[in-house]
Design a protein around this ligand. Structure first.
Ligand code: GAL
Length: 652
């Protein structure tokens, strides 16, 4: 695994570039990402390109032995472009164009902006595409950041109509799919259909779902314009994009099909503060980050791009954008780096080299302070870089467990949550955390992918089970755990003719005939306490657990499980453990603070908690491990690494 950094030569006098480059290399960094926001310097006036400064920056970095990840600058269209083509701006849900003065103000559907993006991509790729020091390209920057996937511009409206025609063929088919007879919403032609916005009360859910699908396709199409150009003009270089955490407004699985590597921007403390966790959890992990959140994204993005993934931006200190911005506990930047390694990252790149003393992110830490002195993270990077060298090549071993993650599920439950706290992302994260607590390594993949070779397949929820998925779920012979609201909708967002679940999975003959969402604080007593969501199931199967009132909450048949509730942690543990053990997997019972993962034949343990942990309390045989890194007693942010023995490896 390599280490890198994000650098903005345009922010600093040229006189410091060479020194910066040398210091980067001295720190053990080998890759530098540049230029993603530099359009106004590349093209200060329409058509007047200023490449000389960037040529010198690239030369300077290359001269220090650093490889360059070059970016297209399309996340920041400059002022002259916005003034010339104001209808390239995205339009918000109240019909207001987004203003200039930050970033990501463009509309993915604007034909003029697509042409501009293609033009600037072509120019930069022609100039740097074949340079030896350029090893990879990043398209744009963080699609969707600042809530920018969906736009209600006139261009988007027009493109949506074209998209609908391609999907439905006839307007009658659309009316049927949307149930448009309801409230007299029927259309006579595609030209009559507007985006689902500014309606008096909620817009038709099928209409909304299609708009989200359309918006997601627009992001992928916009990206493809750039990847096509880059492949042509810069052969042999990896093409990547930097995704975000908790980013679900477009389907990352679809977009990743056009990339070589999925990368993401990991800010564990910022995301913790922004997340839905309790104050108690936030306080406990304030300086370490949530033990499963970052790992979840590592696995999600590894699964998105056929196994290849990087961290493009790694938090190095306090950020500026969360409600509170604490500093990582000493050692945590190093520990985050090892967590990425454990999940198979090829690169961890820190954001950013030096803290900027000006503009929006002046309070965001870097590896250096604004005065060029080292910030605390620099030493940790130096340390982890030296440590990594001592490991050399490590193989990988497939995970035995797949978690099916579905972007459309998120959209559907956001559109009709039915209970205000039914959040698909949180549900997925809880299932994932349940698996990590058992000590299992997980691949997170799209339900469209083949999962037949896994020993355990877990789906927190799959609202749409189409014929293909139905066939694959039924044919799958391993352990299977399906969560609530699975098979509860058709792809058009209607209740299926055979009712939810509708006996669609061979091993689970059951139907859901009624659902209830439960207000916060309400707990339905029974074998396991039930809150938030409760389904009423009809089945000849005898449930493994019930509410006191007699509703079945956990069904199992021949290794396939259905959870008819939002599972409480104990129910989740019981179901996942039963399924894992049947699949022949060895399970542990890790506390909240300890997480362990395997890369090749190495196992990597990290303590996310504020108190020390003795591995021997949690892992059989740990007292006799030969540690390659660390020791069995892990302090906060402590990392221990050991090599698995043959028999141990076979069971994982
Ligand atoms: C990311 C973004 C960077 C920078 C960073 C600050 O979302 O890609 O440009 O803004 O956040 O944490």
């Amino acid at each position: 695994m390599k280490l890198g950094v994000c650098y903005y030569p345009e922010h600093w006098p040229e006189t410091v570039w060479a020194d910066d480059a040398r210091r980067m290399a001295d720190l053990g960094l080998s890759r530098v990402r540049i230029a993603e926001f530099a359009w106004s310097r590349m093209e200060p006036e329409p058509g007047r390109m200023e490449w000389a400064w960037l040529d010198r920056a690239v030369e300077c970095l290359g001269g220090a032995g650093l490889e360059v990840i070059m970016c297209t600058p399309t996340a920041t269209p400059p002022k002259w472009l916005v003034d010339r083509d104001p209808d390239m701006l995205a339009v918000d849900h109240k019909g207001r164009p987004r203003g200039f003065g930050s970033r990501r103000h463009y509309c993915f559907s604007s034909p003029r902006y697509r042409d501009e993006a293609a033009r600037v991509t072509e120019l930069i790729a022609e100039r740097y595409g074949r340079l030896e020091s350029v090893c990879a390209w990043q398209t744009d920057n963080e699609y969707g950041c600042h809530d920018t996937v969906v736009s209600y511009s006139l261009h988007a409206r027009q493109a949506f109509r074209v998209w609908l025609r391609a999907r439905y063929g006839t307007i009658a088919a659309l009316n049927q799919a949307w149930g448009a007879v309801f409230w007299s919403q029927e259309y006579r032609s595609f030209e009559e259909v507007d985006p689902p916005v500014m309606t008096v009360t909620e817009a038709n859910p099928s209409h909304r779902l299609d708009y989200q699908r359309f918006a997601s396709d627009e992001v992928a199409a916009f990206n493809r314009i750039q990847t096509d150009i880059l492949r042509r003009l810069s052969p042999g270089r990896d093409i990547v994009h930097n995704f975000m955490g908790v980013s679900t407004a477009f389907d990352h699985h679809v977009l990743s099909a056009d990339l070589d590597v999925a990368t993401w921007d990991s800010y564990p403390l910022g995301f913790l503060e922004q997340g839905r966790w309790s104050d108690e959890v936030k306080a406990r992990f304030m300086r370490q980050g949530h033990p499963d959140f970052t790992a979840f994204h590592h696995d999600l993005y590894r699964g998105a791009c056929r196994g290849r993934w990087w961290v493009m931006e790694q938090q190095p200190g306090p950020v500026n954008w969360a409600p509170w911005n604490p500093a990582p506990v000493p050692g945590m930047v190093r520990a985050w780096t090892w967590e990425a390694f454990a999940h198979g990252a090829e690169l961890v790149s820190y954001f950013r080299w030096r803290q900027a003393p000006f503009a929006q992110e002046q309070m965001h830490a870097g590896l250096l302070m604004p005065d060029r002195g080292e910030a605390p993270a620099a030493d940790e990077v130096r340390q982890v870089s030296a440590e990594l060298k001592s490991f050399g090549e490590t193989g990988s071993k497939a995970s035995p467990v797949a978690l099916l993650f579905d972007y459309e599920a998120k959209w559907m439950f956001d559109i009709q949550p039915q209970g205000a706290d039914f959040d698909y992302f949180q549900l997925a994260l809880e299932f994932y955390a349940g698996l990590r607590r058992l000590g299992l390594d997980v691949d997170i993949i799209s339900p469209r992918e083949d999962f037949s070779h896994y020993r355990l397949v877990v789906a927190p929820s799959l609202p749409v089970v189409d014929e293909d998925l139905e066939r694959r779920l039924s044919a799958f012979g391993g352990s299977l755990v399906l969560g609530p609201r699975t098979a509860s909708k058709t792809r058009d967002f209607q209740i299926p003719p055979a009712m939810p679940f509708g006996e669609r999975v061979a091993r689970l003959p059951l139907r859901v005939v009624r659902v209830e969402s439960l207000r916060p604080g309400w707990v339905e007593p029974g074998d396991f306490p039930v809150s938030r969501w409760l389904e009423h199931v009809e089945s000849d199967l005898v449930p493994l657990a019930k509410t006191r009132a007699g509703a079945g909450v956990w069904y199992e048949n021949e290794g396939a499980h259905y959870l008819a509730v939002w599972p409480d942690p104990r129910l989740l543990r019981a179901a996942l453990e039963t399924a894992a053990v049947r699949a022949g997997l060895e399970v542990c019972d890790f506390p909240d603070d300890l997480r362990v993962r395997r890369r090749g034949d190495l196992r990597i343990a990290i303590n996310y908690g504020p108190e020390p942990i003795d591995l021997a309390d949690w892992i059989p045989g740990a007292a006799d491990f030969d540690f390659l890194q660390g020791e069995r007693r892990l302090s906060t942010a402590g990392v221990a690494i050991w090599r698995c023995r043959g028999e141990e490896l076979a069971k994982l």
